[in-house]
Design a protein around this ligand. Structure first.
Ligand code: A5P
Length: 218
């Protein structure tokens, strides 16, 4: 399976879901990149009337290079199209391996609808053992990390990486001894933690690229 090709098919499929008049959230990562490219093509060929909001400087630059009109402080977004790292059958989602989780969550939260675009390898029965990225502020980050570790999580500060918001990312291995939603609640209550990569309660539509190259939604 050529997964780069599959990502392009996923992006092209999802870009067909955009209609004129929409405000569109643009996700981050390689699959979102394929979506943005397909959207640029539709925008230019079909003269779609859309406005877009980017979730990272990378996606903003790509959108700008294709001429997509950009908003920076929208009150409401019709639909956001983003990638994901892991999705469970109950649609608990982990995002942020690309480091854009904070803007991604802000944009998803402002959106009437969220479409996540993944290949079949990202659908998982359990999140235990997977990495959960956590955005933390640089001030006193060692103390913040210590508080996270006290919850029973081992993790690693991402090397030589700062987010678009000038923060750090601490990636923790999701333990199996505590339900992820409870762990997320405890992590989020630590001062110094800005946001975690757990996306819960968004009820996304998931566009999935299958092993045989077909694309479906769940
Ligand atoms: C960015 O911070 C992430 O949430 C990405 O959306 C996620 O890592 C998916 O990226 P790929 O499509 O490159 O796998």
């Amino acid at each position: 399976m050529d997964y780069n090709k599959l990502k392009q098919s996923i992006g092209t499929f999802a870009a067909q879901m955009v209609t004129s008049g929409m405000t569109v959230g643009l996700g981050t990562g390689t699959t979102a990149h394929a979506f943005i490219k397909a959207l640029i093509e539709r925008y230019n060929n079909e003269k779609l009337e859309i406005e877009c909001v980017a979730t990272s400087i990378n996606s903003e630059n790509l959108a700008k290079s294709g001429g997509l009109p950009l908003l920076y402080d929208p009150l409401s977004i019709d639909c956001t199209f983003d990638g994901a790292d892991w999705i469970t059958p109950k649609k608990l989602v982990v995002k942020g391996l690309g480091g854009a989780l904070l803007r991604e969550k802000i944009v998803a939260f402002a959106s009437k609808k969220l479409v996540l675009m993944v290949d079949h390898r990202k659908i998982t029965q359990t999140l235990a053992g997977k990495l959960l990225p956590i955005e933390i502020i640089p001030f006193a980050f060692s103390a913040t990390i210590q508080h996270i570790e006290k919850l029973g999580c081992s993790g690693k500060l991402r090397d030589n990486f700062t987010t678009d918001n000038h923060n750090l990312i601490f990636d923790v291995q999701i333990p199996s001894h505590i339900p992820i939603e409870e762990l997320d609640r405890q992590i989020s209550s630590i001062p110094g933690v800005v946001e975690t990569g757990l996306f819960k309660g968004f009820s996304p539509t998931v566009v999935v690229g299958n092993e045989d190259g077909s694309i479906g939604t769940i």
